[in-house]
Unconditional design. Sequence first.
Length: 255
Amino acid sequence: MNKQECEQVIEAYIAWLREGISVEQLEKACELTTPFLDRHNDHIQIYVIKKNGKIVLSDDGYILSDLRTSGLDLNTPKRKGILESVLNGFGVKYEGNQLFVEASQRNIGQRLHILVQAMLAVNDMFVMAQPRVATFFWEDVRAFLDNHEIRYSPRVKIAGKSGFDHAIDFLIPKSRTRPERFIQAINAPNKNTIGTYLFALTDTREARIEKSESYAFLNDQEREVGGDVIEAIEAYEVKPALWSRREDYVQTLVG
C-alpha cells in the first residue's frame, strides 16, 4: 500500500467511528455506545459524567463484573498484577469493578479512545483464562522473547498518524540489520477483536520517520485461527504470527 492508500485507511476508520457512535442522555450522565464489540458481541458502552469539575469516563463496572460473573477470579496476586500492568500501560484507573479515566475538554476524545482500548485489552486478555491455563498469552509472548534473548520494551505508548495514542505490547528497537518492529499479542483473534489492533499497528507504523514492521502474534492454542483473519491482517501489511509457528519468526525478531 502506498502513502495515499494508508491515509485513506485512517480516514475510513475515523469515519466509521463517527458513524458508529451514538449517545443517550441519562439522569446524571451520557451513555455513549461505540461500534466496538466485546466477547459477547455486544457494543461497548462508555458513561460520561462531570464530577468535582472534571469529566469522568467509565465503563460503569461492566468489564470486570462480566469477567467475575463468568467465574474468573481477579483477586489472585498474579491476575491482579497483570490487570494493573495492562491498565497502567493505557493510563486507566480502576476502583472496585469500575474502569475509568479523567479528562478535560481538550483531551476528552483521546481519553475516550484510550478507555475503549483498555476495555478491549482486558476483555481479550482474560477471555480464555480457564483454570487449566497456567499463564496468559501476553506472558507467553514475553517469555518467548526472553527465552530467545530478543530485546524489547513492553507496554509502550506511541502516538499514531491519526493523533491517537496506542499501547503497543512490545517494541523491538531498530538494529544495524533490522528495522523497528511492533508486536501485538492477540489472545482471541477473530473479526471482532483484530480491528482495533490493526489500526494501532498501521497508525503507529505510518507515524514513524523510518520504516517499521508490524507483527500480530495470534493465539491458536485453543482454536484454529480462521483464514479470513489471516487475510485481513495481511491486507494491512501486518505479519500474522501463529503461536504454534512462533519459532519461524525468531530470526526476524532477534536481529
